[in-house]
Design a protein around this ligand. Structure first.
Ligand code: NDP
Length: 453
């Protein structure tokens, strides 16, 4: 049977764009549909704008640190609208770059919502288009719990485009987005209370990392309130929003930002009707080759239950293109996926936490160092850098590397290559450090942390 396209991709985010361009490079005839801006979550309302705001939030600290080095500046002023305008200009540029990339690759772009009509047909702009393969790459969206007054909360989407900078903000949640935005707003001079239902922020990360970040954030002035659930929100006539908390205590803020996880965008796409299996939370069920239970339909990125990380989605896309059109089926490997939290200070990690390693292996050695970075000897800033290696005693393999501190993401990216390749602690030790850096500590940790009683 002759199809209009070899591949029709729904969703032009990082995963969908990579998939369609790679598929086209193999000679496939490809179309992609997007009902919002080409670029998706990461480029338009996630990683990129978030990191630009993170940079903006660092400057006041840099200026403070400069005093110890002899610099003095008159008190500065900050214009939120200028920052948002500059950020939006950059997003417009990136949007145009993505569209140009698709065009150059020969991918046909439909600026409209597409739905699946049957196993080989999509409905786009009221038009039926047939394809040998269909790929779902529709991403995820913020999840808001159903509590009274939740409509008064904003999510990270709105936080990136607030008309004015609030004076006070409550951030609800203790994951990536909550700690990143707490750091951004705190750095920009906003009074931040972070409300988290659990005992400590960043569940799933190594406990030493969680404690170190919480203590660093607290020192910077973020008020971290753990062990407290939010029962509801109430808006007052002066525009402030009140958090109704468990235990009866209340707090009133100019804005309340919810960062309580993200849900796959799988509803209303016609997936269930054609027999694609979805999980309870809407994630599309796929195998290691990104195949759903309908042979002609695949799914990649945040719409599946895989780690919600851009480089995972782009790898999904590249490997699916190779599987469908490159003549070599390739499964995605999720072992040792590094990740970073762009909090202040940064957190970055690859591999197992100490707790996970102790569950998986009989004997585990821990190497840990925490120190004041050279930069802060003169700046006087009371900030500790933490590094930790988790090692399997039997074979000496490093199965986890964790860091809290400046440039942690940049440092762990390199360490991740060694950990992924199965490097041992001896091989770390044989590597000569670069001096004076913080990173050299990863190859000079000699003392084992005494095992827990
Ligand atoms: P996360 O899953 O990271 O964290 C969600 C947080 O919200 C947890 O602390 C969770 O608590 C809490 N929570 C969940 N449900 C409720 C509820 N009903 N009421 C109160 N608290 C609740 O989600 P995020 O929204 O922060 O981010 C989504 C994903 O996006 C991340 O997991 C990550 O994969 C990705 N991301 C990656 C970034 C990066 O790479 N730097 C940056 C931003 C996002 P508990 O721990 O108790 O479950």
């Amino acid at each position: 049977m002759e199809f209009d396209y070899d591949l029709f991709v729904i969703g032009a985010g990082s995963g969908g764009v990579r998939l369609s361009r790679m598929a086209a490079s193999y000679g496939a005839r490809v179309a992609i549909a997007e009902d919002s801006r080409v670029g998706g979550t990461c480029v338009m309302r996630g990683c990129i704008p978030k990191k630009l705001l993170v940079y903006a939030s660092h400057f006041p600290h840099e200026v403070e640190d400069a005093a110890g080095y002899g610099w003095s500046y008159a008190p500065g002023t900050f214009s939120w609208p200028t920052l948002i305008e500059a950020k939006n200009r950059e997003l417009a540029r990136l949007n145009a770059v993505y569209i140009a990339l698709l065009e150059k690759s020969g991918v046909r772009l439909y600026n409209d919502r597409a739905t699946v009509a049957d196993a080989h047909t999509v409905d786009v702009s009221g038009q039926r288009v047939s394809a040998r393969h269909i790929a779902i790459a529709t991403g995820a969206r913020p999840m808001l719990p159903t509590i009274p007054g939740i409509e008064h909360a904003i999510t990270s989407d709105e936080a990136l485009d607030l008309v004015s900078l609030p004076k006070t903000i409550a951030v609800v949640g203790g994951g990536y987005i909550a700690v990143e935005f707490a750091g951004i707003f705190n750095g920009l001079g906003v009074q931040v209370d972070l409300w988290h239902r659990g005992k400590q922020i960043l569940r799933g990360f190594d406990d030493d990392v969680r404690n170190a970040l919480a203590s660093a954030m607290t020192k910077q002035g973020v008020s971290i309130r753990t062990g407290t659930g939010v029962l509801g929100l109430e808006k007052h006539s002066d525009g402030t929003v009140e958090l109704l908390l468990e235990g009866g205590s209340h707090g009133r803020y100019d804005a309340v930002l919810y960062a309580t996880g993200r849900l796959p965008n799988s509803a209303g796409l016609g997936l269930e009707q054609v027999g694609v299996e979805l999980r309870m939370n809407g994630a599309v069920e796929v195998d290691a080759y990104s195949a759903t239970c309908v042979p002609s339909i695949h799914a990649i990125g945040d719409v599946t239950a895989r780690p919600q990380l851009t480089p995972v989605a782009t790898r999904d896309g590249a490997l699916l293109a190779a599987t469908l059109f490159g003549g070599a089926p390739r499964a995605v490997d999720y072992e040792y996926v590094p990740s970073a939290v762009f909090s202040n200070p940064e957190v970055a990690t690859v591999g197992l936490t100490e707790e996970e390693a102790r569950m998986r292996y009989d004997e585990v050695d821990i190497y840990r160092t925490s120190f004041k970075a050279l930069r802060h000897t003169l700046s006087g800033r009371d900030e500790i850098t933490l590094m930790k290696l988790v090692v399997v005693r039997g074979n000496g393999r490093v199965v986890g590397a964790h860091m809290v501190g400046r440039d942690a993401s940049e440092i762990i990216q390199g360490i991740a290559i060694a950990v992924k390749r199965g490097a041992t602690k001896d091989q770390f030790d044989e590597t000569i450090g670069i001096h004076p850096t913080a990173a050299e500590e990863f190859v000079t940790m000699r003392e084992r942390v005494p095992p827990p009683e």
